[in-house]
Design a protein around this ligand. Structure first.
Ligand code: FES
Length: 679
């Protein structure tokens, strides 16, 4: 007796024998091979494309001859004529197995395909979205079996897609009957099923086979900025990214001032809720316009945010978050209808998912960072710091993960800095100070030339030099420290003490002149003593938070540091360490993860499994409250020095100069205790 033909699928390597005449899609399904299909094998969607391989495959022990698949059929001919099939491609639902064959499933035909992220990390993203379209053929009504259209649609979904039970809201029911009749009893339904849902929920229904692309929005809702990625729900591609300032800033710059605004002003929370929702609607409109899609195509939004932003987005008064024991209304993930948030710039049926919070001070943004950077899966003790107005800090490895948040304030984002500005063209982002001449040179965003390049002035013609952004101020302070313009306590020396006229007196303190564009009508940009103080406060809060977690973990050192945050990718590890923002580790052990919270939001948007996983991980993370930790204040005071008053930073000191100068004098009369020993 001859055996049934052998089919080997690549890249999975899954193999099995099937009777001649079995469609490739059927074989794939039976073997559990990941081969996509939206139309259920009707030759309409082309998602099931495969590339058959012919010849000798010794690796698989298969010889595939011509004729191992059935000839092109009329459906494939028609599809090829109308849309075009790439050479060598077949529709898996049409091609039938006739002989031994090796079949490759290209990435775009895999439902759970892995997409390599473009950011610094090369970790792969799995597509497993909560929202997916399904094409079905529904039985026509019949006088003898009087069931409703919805029940017959549910039956069709069960038979054709194995979908257990579905629910539909009134707006779907209103459309159901005309749509089914218009589509001649065929339709495409968009279903949603979250990780905790029992049923699939019908979000929308369209007649016949509807190819409208579906999109999702991954939003990192920060205290200062809102960043959103419009994402194609088929492949996880980000089609547009945009950011906006959080309009709640007008009610208070940081989280606690917004909580107190709410406490002091009846209805203040509602005003802040309305403001942020309006901004999200506007941002969504911008993204849709940029990607040239209809807002109706956006079917889900995933939010990550700190607890105060979380409550204000949901319309919950954050008053409890302003006082111990910092109780959250809920720490679990939240899944709800778009209309519950009064958001309007998406499909009215769209769903909203908000990641779980870790604790009253450690929010869904930290959960997103944990999802993205996965400290719980590391062998090395990893410190993840997400730098923003409020820093989220995670420390852990496979044994356990600790988390806290620390109120760094907006200085790292360029606020509270005399010449500070947002990262935008014209902002100084890189700085070097010559340790001998004390002369600076810098680069601005939008121009790759250094300022001492003869072509610099011509190259920056359009934007000019406008200010300093967050990464620029970090470099400026660190460079000043390495060049001996700044002592370890954070005092800027005077001209005699430092040997440069760029250090000039302003009242009782000194500033360092970085750039003077006044001759050409530009700004005069200096680093003032106030700027240094603002950065010291911010970095002390950040370091103290990390140190608190290290205490709790029983360690004085970490193996690896991940810098995350909207501008984490732009911070130079060396400068961050000179400043003492992060603990002392070899510089090659400091990596940038870009906007890890945003990446975590995208991962949750693209994968239901990722949502389930973070929900579980969050429950296992140990939360540390910085606000009530007795040692926080001590760590904070020690961390005020640059790089640190108590921790020795031996690795850093072996690689960069940290001149031992002291400018603790009343002015620059020459009586300053200027010591110039080697550190
Ligand atoms: S499954 Fe849709 S075309 Fe093959």
């Amino acid at each position: 007796m001859t055996q049934d033909p052998l089919v080997v699928f690549t890249p999975s390597g899954k193999r099995g024998r099937f009777p001649a005449g079995t469609p490739v899609l059927t074989a794939a399904r039976q073997l559990g091979v990941d081969l996509d299909s939206v139309c259920g094998g009707r030759g309409i969607c082309s998602k099931c494309q495969v590339s058959p391989g012919y010849g000798e495959f010794s690796k698989h022990g298969v010889t595939a001859r011509e004729g191992a698949l059935s000839d092109w059929n009329a459906v494939e001919e028609r599809y090829d004529e109308k849309r075009g099939l790439a050479p060598g491609r077949r529709l898996g639902c049409q091609a039938q197995i006739q002989g031994d064959i090796v079949i490759d499933v290209p990435p775009e035909s895999q439902v759970h395909r892995q997409v390599v992220r473009k950011e610094a990390s090369t970790r792969e993203m799995v597509m497993d979205p909560a929202v997916r379209p399904y094409y079905v053929e529904v039985a026509e009504p019949d006088m003898h079996t009087p069931t409703g259209d919805l029940e017959r649609l549910a039956e069709a979904l069960k038979e054709q897609w194995g979908i257990g039970s579905v629910t539909a809201g009134i707006s779907v029911l209103r459309h159901l009957q005309p749509v089914l009749r218009k589509g001649k009893w065929t339709c495409t339904v968009v279903l949603h099923k979250g990780h905790q849902d029992e049923d699939h929920r019908i979000l929308s229904i369209a007649p016949g086979f509807d190819e409208t692309r579906l999109y999702g929005l991954a939003v990192d809702l920060g205290s200062t900025t809102i960043a959103a990625h419009l994402t194609d729900l088929r492949n996880g591609t980000v089609v547009a990214t945009s950011g906006a300032m959080n309009p709640q800033i007008r009610f208070g710059e940081d989280l606690m001032s917004r909580v107190s605004y709410s406490m002091m002003n009846p209805g203040g929370d509602l005003a802040m809720t309305a403001a942020v929702r309006t901004a999200i609607n506007a941002l969504t409109d911008t993204l849709a316009a940029e990607a040239n899609i209809q807002t109706d195509q956006i079917m889900e939004a995933v939010f990550v945010c700190n607890p105060v932003m979380h409550h204000l987005l949901l319309g919950i008064d954050p008053v409890e978050l302003g006082q111990a024991p910092f109780a959250l209304a809920t720490s679990k993930s939240v899944s709800l209808h778009l209309a519950d948030l009064d958001l309007t710039s998406m499909n009215p049926a769209a769903r909203v998912f908000i990641l779980p919070c870790i604790a009253g001070h450690v929010g869904a943004d930290a959960a997103a960072v944990a999802l993205s950077e996965a400290p719980d899966q590391q062998d090395e003790l990893t410190l993840v710091v997400d730098v923003g107005t409020n820093a989220e800090i995670l420390l852990g490895d496979k044994r356990k993960v600790l988390a806290c948040s620390s109120p760094t304030g907006p200085a790292f984002e360029g606020a509270q800095i005399s010449s500070g500005q947002r990262a935008a063209p014209g902002a100084i982002e890189r700085i070097e100070i010559d340790p001998v001449t004390k002369e600076p040179r810098f680069q601005i965003i939008g121009c790759s030339l250094w300022s001492d390049d003869p072509a610099f002035d011509a190259a920056i013609g359009k934007t000019g030099v406008t200010g300093i952004c967050g990464s620029g101020i970090i470099e400026a302070v660190a460079e000043m420290r390495m060049a001996g313009l700044l002592d370890s306590k954070g005092l800027i020396g005077g001209p005699t003490q430092t040997g440069t006229e760029r250090c000039f007196a302003e009242g009782r303190t000194h500033s360092y002149l970085l750039y003077d564009g006044t001759e050409t009508g530009g700004p005069r940009i200096a680093i003032t003593q106030g700027d240094i103080r603002a950065i010291q406060l911010a970095k002390s809060a950040l370091y103290a938070g990390s140190r608190l977690l290290m205490d709790e973990m029983g360690t004085d050192t970490v193996d690896r540091v991940v810098l995350a945050g909207a501008f984490g990718a732009h911070i130079s590890p060396k400068h961050a360490m000179v400043l003492g923002m992060i603990p002392d580790v070899p510089l090659d052990k400091v990596v940038s993860a870009g906007n890890a919270a945003g990446t975590g939001a995208r991962m949750a948007l693209c994968s239901v499994a990722a949502r389930a996983s973070i929900e579980k991980t969050v429950r296992e993370i140990v939360k540390i409250e910085t606000a009530i930790a007795p040692r926080f204040q001590e760590h904070f005071v020690n961390a005020s020095a640059i790089p640190h008053a108590a921790d020795p930073f031996p690795i850093l000191r072996s690689t960069v100069p940290l001149p031992d100068v002291d400018y603790n004098t009343q002015g620059d009369s020459g009586g300053g205790r200027r010591r110039r020993r080697r550190a």
